[in-house]
Design a protein around this ligand. Sequence first.
Ligand SMILES: [Zn+2]
Length: 468
Amino acid sequence: MVKLWENVGRLHGLNFGGNGLSVSHLFFANDSLVFFDANEKECEGFKTLLDNYAKAYGQMVNFHKSEMCFGKRVPGGVRDRLASIMGVRVVENYGKYLGLPSFVGRTKKEVFAGIRNKVWNKVRGWKASLFSVAGKEVLIKATLQAILTYTMSYFLLPKSMINSLHRMAARFWWGSSEKNNKIHWSKWSYLCKPKEKGGLGFRDLGLFNKALLAKQVWRKIMGYRWRIGNGNSVRVLEDPCLPHPVSFKIFDPPPVPSPLYVTDLKNADGSWDAMFINAVFNREDAELILGIPSTDCDLEDKIMWHYRKNGEYSVSNGYRLASDLLEEESQSDNSRLSGWWNGLWKKKIPPKVKHFVWKICHSWIPTKVSLAHRGMAIDKTCFRCSEGYEEDVFHALWGCRCTYDIWKQSGLWEQMKRQRTSDVIAFLEGLNEVWTFDVFDYFLLLSWHLWSIRNSVLHGGSTLAPRK
Ligand SMILES: [Zn+2]
């Protein structure tokens, strides 16, 4: 009915720009928004429409639950008069539509601040110290990202907000609270890399936001192209019609009358007019056009998403594409190690040990050397063996005299001695090659255990070296 009344000019919806686009209503389940001009005629008109509806369907409108709000330029007196015609309250802001604030515009900052507070309260409620590393990983991935998914499907969050959300997640992850600051061993963006690239696979919320939004408007973004059927709807020069990223357009447009449609490049039987195509386009473009299947001449042209076989856009696919493109830009890819990382995360050892190994590979455990490297004014020498060695990852776990007995008794020492490298990952990879899974896992568990002993010596103040 609203649509009908709008079509005959009895109601006027909300206009967007000068392009003739207007919205008269948004209906979804119990939430309904109707837009019309702020004058008596349209108000009385709409009231009549509601009365007619009520009579026809035997349903009543609850005016106590209804609200009315106005544009900035409507004076107070007019607002009151129109509201009394409708028999509803006047409010400054409609409040929420489908649980989302319906007035974003000017108050965007406040709205986003509200979402930020919601996330903040959630994170603060989690006692970081009570969770294992694996538990925290799940909480961040499942809960935090889930709270935001709905909002991020509809709004592009400002960069500053994305940054502060990342900061909150990072503080939770590294174990900081308001009172004490723990060391953040790496940038959050590094942890957002996939696991096979040395990160933890957290979502970069900025990219995720864009991938979600792209679900609504994927036709407008990079990656869409036409799947050519009869070629009647697709313009050769202007539209993305070639199966060739990134632009999907003719690379070298020839001087032909515009618009030239794809169907104009075909013979009557639907096959390509190869002679014409080869004469007009450059070689690469001609080859791409001729490579498009041309048999089905009754098929409609269809818009599709290039990066999936079925042509449908998916959020996870769009996200991966966006993060791959970012990765290419930064050229920080280290694919040599992807086998190592994949192997590590697939191991059948406790998650805390996996995370420990992941950290030592990055030198992200608080050895004296790492702490000094982070700007702490401390003595770098090992506090346990007092032989004057600097305490780096290597020394702390495998080189210190205090660990020597244990490694000897474990039967692993001979192979460890043979590794000629000071690079932690190369050392681990070398051992992984010579040992069976079980032996290597045992070695990792023992390394983790030695680190725990080292810490209890440090914090407990005990100076006794471990013997067993
Ligand atoms: Zn030592």
